[in-house]
Design a protein around this ligand. Structure first.
Ligand SMILES: [Zn+2]
Length: 196
C-alpha cells in the first residue's frame, strides 16, 4: 500500500525544517515513504495510541456519550490519546478522571485492538479494567452524558467504534468466565449431601 491509498490528509511539510515532503521509494525502505526534499529526513506515519478503561460498579457498566467528532453522540467507555510523556496506564487513569471525574485503580488488561488506516487514521487501543471507582460522576467538556448501564442494556447499535464493540465483547466474555469458575469452585467446596 502506498500512502496515496490512505484516505488521509497526509502531511505536506517536514516537521524538522519545513521543507516539502514527497513520496519516494528509497533503497533502505520496504515501502514508499514521505521524504523531505530539503533535509532528506523520512517522516514515518504510525498509528496513534489510545488508552481506555471499562468500569463496573454494582453490576453496571459506565459509558459516556461523545460530545465531539468523530462519532458525535455515540456511546463509549472513557478513552483518549496518550500524551507523549505518559505510560498507557497513566493515560488510562487520566482519561477516566477527565471524562467522568472518577478515580480508578486499573485491573487486568481487557485487550489491545488495532484499527488500521484507511478506514480510520490508524489507532491502537489499549483497554484496561477499572476497579474500585471512587467519587461522583462529573462529565468533562468532551462528554455529553455518562450513564451506568445494566449489562443487558448496553446500547450495542450506538457504540462509537468497532474497537468499542470488540473490547466490551471481550470484557463481558472474560467476566462470564470468571463468574463460572467461581461458581464451579464454590460447588466443589460445598460438602456432599447425605442420604436421599
Ligand atoms: Zn526537512
Amino acid at each position: 500500500m502506498t500512502s496515496a491509498d490512505l484516505s488521509l490528509s497526509l502531511p505536506r511539510f517536514c516537521p524538522n525544517c519545513g521543507g516539502h515532503l514527497s513520496e519516494r521509494l528509497l533503497e533502505t525502505e520496504d515501502r514508499p515513504r514521505l521524504v523531505c526534499d530539503q533535509c532528506q529526513r523520512i517522516l514515518y506515519l504510525n498509528p496513534k495510541v489510545v488508552a481506555g478503561v471499562i468500569i463496573e460498579r454494582g453490576g453496571r457498566l459506565l459509558l459516556l456519550r461523545r460530545a465531539i467528532e468523530p462519532r458525535y453522540g455515540t456511546w463509549t467507555f472513557p478513552a483518549g490519546y496518550m500524551e507523549i510523556d505518559e505510560t498507557a496506564e497513566q493515560a488510562a487513569v487520566r482519561e477516566v478522571e477527565e471524562e467522568v471525574g472518577l478515580k480508578v485503580k486499573l485491573g487486568p488488561l481487557v485487550g489491545v485492538y488495532s484499527r488500521p488506516a484507511p478506514e480510520a487514521p490508524g489507532v491502537l487501543v489499549v483497554v484496561f479494567q477499572g476497579q474500585r471507582p471512587r467519587g461522583r460522576v462529573k462529565i468533562g467538556r468532551e462528554v455529553m452524558e455518562a450513564r451506568w448501564f445494566a449489562l443487558d442494556a448496553i446500547p450495542w447499535s450506538e457504540l462509537s467504534f468497532p474497537t468499542t464493540h470488540w473490547a466490551l465483547g471481550d470484557w463481558l466474555r472474560a467476566r462470564q468466565d470468571t463468574r463460572r469458575r467461581k461458581a464451579q469452585r464454590a460447588a466443589r467446596l460445598r460438602p456432599p449431601r447425605r442420604g436421599g
